[in-house]
Design a binder for this molecule. Structure first.
Ligand SMILES: Nc1nc2c([nH]c(=O)n2[C@H]2C[C@H](O)[C@@H](COP(=O)(O)OP(=O)(O)OP(=O)(O)O)O2)c(=O)[nH]1
Length: 152
């Protein structure tokens, strides 16, 4: 896994495609996980809410859009949690910490949502690419330092 220092994916130039997602935290440092219903290979597995950045779209704008579409909430992004390569060549997943500015999350497109405490992070089957991110998330949430919102 790499951090934010590896630089942005050049989506506009078509040299890489990016999936953006969020580790949404509540006031008790719980994280929102979403259960996928499709495609069949991923159905029943859990992920960080998010989706693909459209060509020419700003990354954080895409993240905010996906959260509106999938969860019906407005979010505020904080620091980057990390990024990983996806199994599809040229695709990367970048995950930010986030918190809800307004709304109550609901699974607009089906599936299920769960707020997971740190000890519960291992209770669901995460998508394989997410596992290093979940490890990094667990480590960060066990640190006493607060996360800074918005990201600086
Ligand atoms: N949102 C999200 N996608 C992930 C995670 N981990 C992971 O491997 N992926 C993969 C699954 C998919 O191949 C891809 C995201 O595709 P998606 O289907 O959610 O994207 P989208 O909402 O834009 O949907 P679509 O327009 O392609 O229908 O990234 C994760 O934690 N969150």
């Amino acid at each position: 896994m790499t951090g934010a220092a590896s630089g942005p994916v050049d989506v506009r130039a078509g040299r890489g495609r990016l999936v953006v997602a969020v580790a949404l935290l509540d006031g008790q440092r719980r994280v929102l996980a979403a259960r996928r219903t499709s495609p069949p290979a991923y159905a029943g597995m859990w992920e960080f809410p998010g989706g693909k950045v459209e060509p020419g779209e700003d990354e954080l704008a895409a993240l905010e859009r996906e959260c509106r579409e999938e969860l019906d909430v407005q979010i505020e992004a904080g620091p980057v949690l990390g990024q990983v390569e996806l199994a599809s060549p040229g695709w990367r997943l970048r995950v930010w910490f986030g918190r809800i500015r307004s709304g109550t999350p609901r699974a607009v497109e089906g599936g299920e949502l769960r707020w997971l405490s740190v000890p519960e992070l291992g209770d669901v089957s995460w998508l394989p690419a997410d596992l290093p991110l979940v490890d990094a998330l667990r480590r960060r949430l066990l640190e006493p330092e607060p996360l800074v919102f918005p990201a600086v």
